[in-house]
Design a protein around this ligand. Sequence first.
Ligand code: SAH
Ligand code: DHB
Ligand code: MG
Length: 220
Amino acid sequence: MSQNLWTKVEKYFGGMIAEDAALKAALKDCAKAKLPPIGVAPNEGKLLMLMAQMIGARRILEVGTLGGYSTIWLARGLSEGGKLVTLEYEKKHAAVAQKNIERAGLADRVEVRVGDAKETMPQLVSEGAGPFDLIFVDADKQGYPVYFEWALKLSRKGTVIIADNVVRDGEVLKAKSKDASVSGVRKFNKVVTADKRVSATAIQTVGSKGYDGFAVLLVK
Ligand code: SAH
Ligand code: DHB
Ligand code: MG
């Protein structure tokens, strides 16, 4: 079992998913703007869309936009009249995302908000923007424990929270890791497990971007 095989299998399923022109152009423009290639894979993107559809999401929050690739998938899962808010710290990333979202014909239902999610999430709370039906947490990993707390404040009973990158090549097992991303994810996993307000699980994944995984939480 190898990275090479994981990449081939991702391509195999990616071919079946067949990204449309807007998704392909989004990835191209992300690369052109030299954004780091750390967005979700096509099969994970489609899973996000399907999960939104499964729960009939009308309000979606994304924490960590990058170039808007996962945003496009999520927004396509919105039910009629739905809205998505996506939070991004880097102005440059947000600008690339905005263009990609416009080209995908989703600008009418997606708001890209620039700023540190540690500030924009509390802003959303004070605006009464919640509750969201689906929240995708995918920004800096050291921030996950804080994003979890704010996500709960923006949730209702039945809200689904998905947190990306909770395995980190298995680094998540290292209790003494000096990597702030690893300790952030470890703390996130710990507080989620201890929190009676949610029921959660985690799924390991492999693909072109290596070995990782995501957590799925249901707010009780
Ligand atoms: N969801 C995207 C990938 C996101 S990568 C996709 O799958 O296509 C993580 C993003 O989080 C980066 O663009 C990074 O700039 C952003 N980020 C990092 N720290 C942040 C913060 N404190 N607040 C908001 N966004 C942040
Ligand atoms: C990184 C961030 C992500 O959201 C991801 O899916 C993969 C890698 C990173 O910061 O390295
Ligand atoms: Mg991610």
